[in-house]
Design a protein around this ligand. Sequence first.
Ligand SMILES: NC(=O)c1ccc[n+]([C@@H]2O[C@H](COP(=O)([O-])OP(=O)(O)OC[C@H]3O[C@@H](n4cnc5c(N)ncnc54)[C@H](O)[C@@H]3O)[C@@H](O)[C@H]2O)c1
Length: 282
Amino acid sequence: MKKTVLITGAAGNLGSKLAPALADEFDLRLTDIRAADNIVALDLITYDDSWGDLFRGVDTIIHFGGEPSPYASWERVHAANVVGTSNVLLAAKRFGVPRVALASSNHVMGGYRYIPETVSSKLAPTPLNPYGVTKLIGEELGRAFVAETGGDFLACRIGNIPRGDNPPGKHLGVGTWWQEMWLSNRDFVEAFRRTILAEPFGFRIANFVSNNPGMRWDLTEGEEAIGYVPQDGSAAIADEESGPEEKKTIEGRYSAEEWLELFVRQTEGATKFGGPRGVRFK
Ligand SMILES: NC(=O)c1ccc[n+]([C@@H]2O[C@H](COP(=O)([O-])OP(=O)(O)OC[C@H]3O[C@@H](n4cnc5c(N)ncnc54)[C@H](O)[C@@H]3O)[C@@H](O)[C@H]2O)c1
């Protein structure tokens, strides 16, 4: 019998890549904040018992719905990512859905850009922005869901997968760091396919990136949990545009002020709290 899969955020970038790719193999239910073709409207921020119509009988929820910008304000990410995920898990529990996969993020481990380690869930999380913090909270809500229900929850720490054809390359941005976490469309689809089909796995965390030569993202946890073995990979291009920034990053040669300007003050509203401009910290 076909498994039934509910995809939240189905109208977005990842939802609209995944749904057509899985449509033949699974019975799909699609939802987003606004209704569209085959997509049922549901605002994840406001839980309602009528959600039962959509959640009852589902085998796996793939939870993409939320705020994806690493520069979004606390207000936005708290509502969309913490309250939204909490409501999805409440509905999963109430309507008997045994498995949830959260679109978590590389941003949970964003600090390892500056710490030369292999990035696995064995290391402490290091989110550097409100977005990353809310993804970490979502993961921990999932851990509680598993403890309470005995179901499965996969925290999918997704790398970098922009809209469209998604070729690898320098356009992926942020020095070489965001090139090193490129996730091809093909590997992305297969990772979620395996999440749906895997034997019960309890609470697990997996890096969803392609097998990019030279990257520091650990792939063993995804293979152990769901048998995810990426087929694609692309080495980062470190040239005069992308390389020097990465070198400066790894060597810790940014001043605190430069770092704030580059990475923190881009967050919506951050200049209000980021201290006076023009003050050097070192
Ligand atoms: N694309 C990436 O590279 C990447 C990397 C890591 C994690 N992620 C995560 O994957 C998920 C999907 O990302 P995306 O690139 O498709 O983003 P997206 O913005 O294209 O899609 C998100 C969807 O969620 C919907 N949504 C937002 N708030 C909602 C609410 N309150 N109720 C219901 N639906 C709501 C939006 O309408 C949108 O269609 C996000 O949670 C994002 O944080 C994406």
